[in-house]
Design a protein around this ligand. Structure first.
Ligand code: HEC
Length: 161
C-alpha cells in the first residue's frame, strides 16, 4: 500500500513537470525514470532502487551495459536485492517510449549526471549503434534474458548485490 501511494505521488509529480527547452535530450528522457527513481536517481528504499551510486559501475562492463539496455527495454519485476536491500517491485517496460538514440542519451545522462561522482573520465558513452546491437540480442528482449544478464553482472561484480 505504501509503495502504491508513493508510486501515485511520484507519477503525479512527474506529470506536472514542465518541459524546459534548455534541457538536454538525455535529461528529458530521464524524466520518465525520475517519476519512480526520483530526479536525482536516489530512489526510495524498498520501493524503487537507487540508480545514483551504482549505475556508473553497472555501465562499466559489457554485461552491465547490456543489462541496462534490457531493463529499459523490457522492464524488471520480481525479487532482487540492490545494495543488500530487497525489492519486489514492478518496473514497466519503457522500450516503446524511446528509440535506440533516446536510450543511449538517457543512459549517458544517468551515468554522467546522475552518478557523476562514480563516472570515470575515460568511461565510454553509449552510442545509438551500441544500443541497437544490444536490442537485437535475444537477452534484451525478454524478462528471462534480462534476469540472466543481471546474474552475469552480479557474478562478476558482487559489490553490486
Ligand atoms: C513506474 C516506476 C518505474 C519507472 C518509470 C522506471 N523504473 Fe526502473 N525500476 C523500478 C522498480 C520498481 C525496479 C525494481 C524492480 C524489481 O523489484 O524487480 C526498477 C529497477 C531498475 C533498474 C535495476 C537496478 C539494479 O540495480 O539492478 C534499473 C537500471 C532501472 N530501473 C532503470 C530505470 C530507467 C533508466 C528508467 C527510465 C527509462 C526507469 N528505470 C523507469 C521502477 C521504475
Amino acid at each position: 500500500m505504501f509503495q502504491l501511494l508513493v508510486l501515485f505521488i511520484t507519477l503525479s509529480l512527474g506529470s506536472v513537470a514542465i518541459a524546459d527547452p534548455s534541457q538536454s535530450t538525455g535529461e528529458d528522457g530521464f524524466q520518465r525514470c525520475a517519476a519512480c527513481h526520483l530526479p536525482g536517481g536516489e530512489g526510495i528504499p524498498g520501493a524503487f532502487p537507487p540508480l545514483k551510486g551504482r549505475i556508473a559501475s553497472i555501465a562499466s562492463s559489457d554485461e552491465g551495459r547490456a543489462y541496462l539496455v534490457a531493463v529499459v527495454n523490457v522492464g524488471l519485476m520480481g525479487s532482487i536485492t540492490v545494495n543488500g536491500m530487497p525489492y519486489m517491485g514492478v518496473m514497466p517496460a519503457q522500450g516503446s517510449n524511446y528509440d535506440a538514440g533516446g536510450i543511449s542519451e538517457l543512459l549517458n545522462y544517468s551515468v554522467q549526471v546522475i552518478d557523476k561522482e562514480n563516472a570515470s573520465t575515460d568511461w565510454k558513452p553509449f552510442s545509438a549503434a551500441e544500443v541497437e546491437s544490444i536490442l537485437e540480442s535475444e537477452s534484451a528482449t525478454n524478462s528471462q534474458g534480462t534476469a540472466r544478464l543481471r546474474e552475469a553482472l552480479l557474478a562478476q561484480h558482487p559489490e553490486l548485490r
